[in-house]
Structures are given as C-alpha cells and as structure tokens.
Design a protein around this ligand. Structure first.
Ligand code: FAD
Length: 470
C-alpha cells in the first residue's frame, strides 16, 4: 500500500472511531478475516475496518460518512450466507449488527415482536416459544444467522412447504437507505394498500439498497404433535411420487430429501444413527402434525401404498420428540458436515410439478460432466428446491476447482432457464451467482433492478458488486 493511501485509511479509521468509539472499530488482521466474509471460502477478505454500531443513529452516521468518503459498505449479519454476499474484498467498511440484538414490543394481540437486526434466528424462535407461539423459519444455521441477514436473503429453510419464506413473516421494517435516510416501512400493518410496498424490496435485497436495522416479525400458533417419517427411496422420481401421494392426503410441515452419500457423511462424522439398516440411494423426510389416531393410520396406509408401488423400500416413523429430533439430524447436519470439502453449491429451483423432468435432465448433465467429483444431493424438494453440492477433491487447487464447476454450471443453468427456474432458490446471488443472474431474470428486469438500486443508493456504496453491477 502506498504511504499516501495508508495515511488516508488511517484518517478514515480515526474518524470512524470518533463516530462510534475506538473499541467498536476493529482493524486487526484476525477481525478483518473473521467479519470480512461469510460461510463461503472462495475469496480472500480484505475490508478496511469492522464497525459495530449500537443503535440506528450510529448506523445512519456511518452511512452518511461512507457517502462523503465514497466508501463501500458491506452489511454483516451472522455470516452464514452461502453466496459470498457478506464478503468484503476491496477495502470496504463492514457494518456488523452483533451489538444490536434486542427483542422488544411483543404484542400478543397482533402476535408480533420487534427485533433489532442482530437478533439471532434461534433467539427469536426461543422467545416465541416462551410466549407459547412459534417462529417457523428454520434451518441448520439458525443458531448463528441473524434476523437482518435472514431478511436480506429472504431465507427459506425446512418449513417453507407449510409456512413460506422469511418474507411472509416480516410485518414492518426500519431501514437506513444507501442515501442515509431512515425509512419506516409498512408500520406493521396487516392491510396497507397505499402503493408500492418498499419493504419487499429490502427483503431479499442482499444489503444492496440499505441496511435493515429493525424488523417487526410475525409469530404463529405452534405446531402440535409433530411426527416425522424417514423413507428409503430407490430414485429421485420416486421421491416426487411419494410427495404427491402424501400431499394429497396430509398437510405436511416439511418434505426434504437427501442422498445416501449425504447420509453416509453425516453418520461418519456425527454421533447420529442410521434410521434403518438398509441403504437406499435416496431418502425422503416428511413431517406433519399428527393430531389424532386417524391421521397416524392414514400416514401408515400411505406408507404401505408406497411400499407396494416400489417407491419406498424401507422406512421409520418417529414415536417421540427425541426420535423426531434424531431423524431431523440426518438432514440438518448435512450442510455443516460437507463444509470441510469446500463444496461448490448450486441452489436451484423450478415449480414443483416440473421437478421430475427437470431432475432427469440435470442428473444426465451432472453424471456425464462430473465423473471424477463427489456429488452430494439434498434439499427442500417439496418446494421444488434442490441443493447440488460438488465436493472439492483435496488435491485440486481452489481456483481450478471453481473454474471446472462453473463450466458445468453453465449447462445446469441452461436447463434451469429452459424450465423458467431460479439459479438461486434461497441462498441469494451475492458474488457467486452474479454472473448467472441473466439465466433467471430478463434484461429488462435487470435494468429496472439497477434503477431501483441507484434510487436508494446513488453513490453505489451499499454492498457494491454484489447481486449486480451498476
Ligand atoms: C449450515 C447452513 C445451512 C443453511 N441452510 C439454509 C436454508 O435451509 N435455507 C436458507 O435460506 N439459507 C440457508 N443457509 C444460508 C444462510 O444461513 C442464510 O442465507 C441466512 O439468512 C444468512 O443470515 P446471516 O445473518 O448469516 O447473513 P450474512 O451471511 O451475514 O449476510 C447475508 C447477506 O445479507 C446481508 N445482510 C446481513 N445483515 C444485513 C442487514 N442488517 N441489513 C442489510 N443487509 C444485511 C449481507 O450483506 C449479505 O449480503 C444455510 C447456511 C448454513 C451455513
């Protein structure tokens, strides 16, 4: 770094320390590395500093200062993102919400509660439980991800088939735009037809329009007597036939799938037992509220029908909460278990009815193009969402691996485009999927998206280079 640039940076850091206080502006190498990236490991973080505001006024002061200095801002939540959305590569200021984690203003009548952006997802789930209510957005990283990050990525998870995505649970938002203005969006109303709903632009906006500082989240009646069935299935089309059969008769709260390769890795690396002795190529995990004997009987009949049809080869049903939790571990531990192989993740979706044909085509490409790579399939297949994970061989260089995966992704995304599917069902675009955005969104749409970005953030300081380039 030139001495002039170094001096400029020192001056900016000194000013940041004045805006907050020195101990809430970190610049040591370990902190820059820790807060400068998300869960992905494809980039080397290089932020200027990490700031930890403790209220909305400090967030606003930071954004105004960044505008004056033309300093990029990377919003940072729990850093569990899987699209390199919270990665700071070019001397940006990382704004972390770790110090803003208060829950307040619970309203039992409205069944809403206010969360600062840094509230951990699990903290909200636990709070809801204490009120005998339920916050249904759930996934394996709930113990670390933050509500601000969940909203910025419109996180989905394992209960979408019944409860929808994060978007469905946001009653109101308080944001600081890229211009430094504070907006209160929707005032927590259930009904509000007064024109464009700007709240929805910030949900899934990946921090490119501004910072989510506070959110009012909706809660719901907790599910009762949850019961899970784990079924061994011979192939992916059979997984879809099982879904169809069960969905016709029972309201499911989850329908997930994973491959034997995924399960083998989980049982090898965790104290988790195989659900049954026989191994099948795929497994379907179904969950429903077993409210009476009749429902249980219906589920068992459907299981028998699937067995007779050859769509299921073995299965087990949970008889207690601990059995339910154990079955879920088989699915929930997959992401974390495969992290050690720096997986290249494709998170693709189509409308559920098209999944069987779509899968057939994707499988053909993957099997012919990735003969030497280990592939781990799992996902929220009841939502039409598949996670295709390619594990990096230890001997292969990271950049070479990324290059090879991207070459095949092009063919995968050609199929996604043909089916009018999404190149990012839930992880977001960030850096990793930016070049593929055009496979899911038209040129006209992208130009409107750019115009929206510049309306909120004319100096392009908010998460610059993520999702799209302006
Ligand atoms: C093991 C594992 C399992 C996962 N399973 C799922 C799953 O099933 N479904 C799913 O949808 N995701 C899943 N994820 C991905 C991830 O957990 C979600 O995307 C989550 O919502 C990210 O939240 P975060 O707080 O960690 O955000 P971060 O990773 O910190 O940031 C994500 C994006 O949001 C922006 N951002 C963060 N906070 C704010 C804010 N306050 N204001 C504006 N922008 C902000 C960041 O700049 C970045 O672009 C999983 C991740 C892991 C590691």
């Amino acid at each position: 770094m030139s001495s002039q640039r170094d001096a400029d940076h020192q001056q900016i850091i000194a000013q940041l320390e004045q805006l907050l206080e020195p101990k809430r502006v970190l610049t040591d190498a370990e902190s820059l590395e820790n807060w400068g990236r998300d869960w992905t490991r494809f980039h080397t973080p290089a932020p200027l500093a990490i700031a930890f505001p403790k209220d909305i006024n400090e967030v606003q002061a930071l954004v105004r200062f960044a505008n004056e200095q033309k300093l990029g801002i990377v919003p940072s939540g729990g850093r569990t993102g899987l699209s390199s959305g919270a990665v700071a590569l070019n001397g940006e200021l990382v704004i972390s919400f770790d110090r803003m984690n208060k829950i307040s203003d619970f309203s039992p009548v409205d069944r809403t509660v206010r969360c600062e952006a840094g509230v951990i997802t699990e903290q909200l789930q636990n709070f809801a439980e204490e009120q005998e209510l339920y916050y249904p957005v759930d996934f394996a990283s709930s113990g670390s991800s933050q509500i601000g990050g969940n909203i910025a990525t419109n996180a989905g998870g394992i209960k979408v088939i019944r409860y929808g995505m994060t978007r469905d649970w946001v009653a109101g938002l308080k944001v600081v735009t890229g211009k430094g203005e504070i907006l209160e969006l929707n005032h927590d109303l259930l009904k509000n037809n007064t024109g464009y709903d700007l709240r929805q632009l910030f949900i899934g906006g990946e921090g490119t329009l501004g910072l989510i500082v506070e959110a009012t989240m909706r809660l719901v009646r907790p599910p009762r007597d949850l019961t899970a069935l784990l079924l061994g299935v011979p192939d992916m089309p059979a997984v879809m036939r099982v879904l169809e059969r069960f969905q016709k008769a029972i309201d499911l709260t989850a329908f997930e799938f994973f491959s034997e390769k995924a399960l083998a890795k989980v049982v090898e690396h965790h104290p988790v037992q195989r659900p049954f002795e026989s191994k099948t190529p795929y497994y379907a995990l179904l969950e429903f509220e077993c409210l009476n004997e009749e429902l249980m009987e219906q589920a068992m009949n459907l299981f028998e029908e699937c067995l007779e049809a050859g769509d299921v080869e073995d299965g087990v049903i949970s008889q207690s909460l601990s059995q339910l939790e154990n079955l879920w571990k088989c699915r929930e531990y997959i992401s974390e278990t495969i992290t050690r192989w720096t997986p290249y993740k494709n998170d693709i979706s189509v409308v559920t009815s098209k999944v069987p044909m779509f899968l057939e085509e994707i499988e053909q490409v993957v099997n012919s193009q990735y003969p030497d790579f280990e592939i781990i399939w799992f996902g929220h297949i009841g939502d039409g969402n598949l996670h295709l994970n390619i594990l990096k061989p230890d001997a292969l260089d990271r950049d070479e691996f990324l290059q090879q995966c991207e070459n095949v992704s092009r063919q995968v995304f050609d199929i996604v485009q043909q089916y009018k599917g999404s190149v990012s069902a839930e992880h977001g675009v960030g850096l990793l999927k930016k070049k593929w955005l055009g496979y899911s969104r038209s040129e006209a749409e992208i130009s409107y998206m750019k115009a929206i970005k510049l309306a909120f953030d004319p100096n392009n300081i908010m998460n610059p280079g993520k999702m799209l380039d302006v």
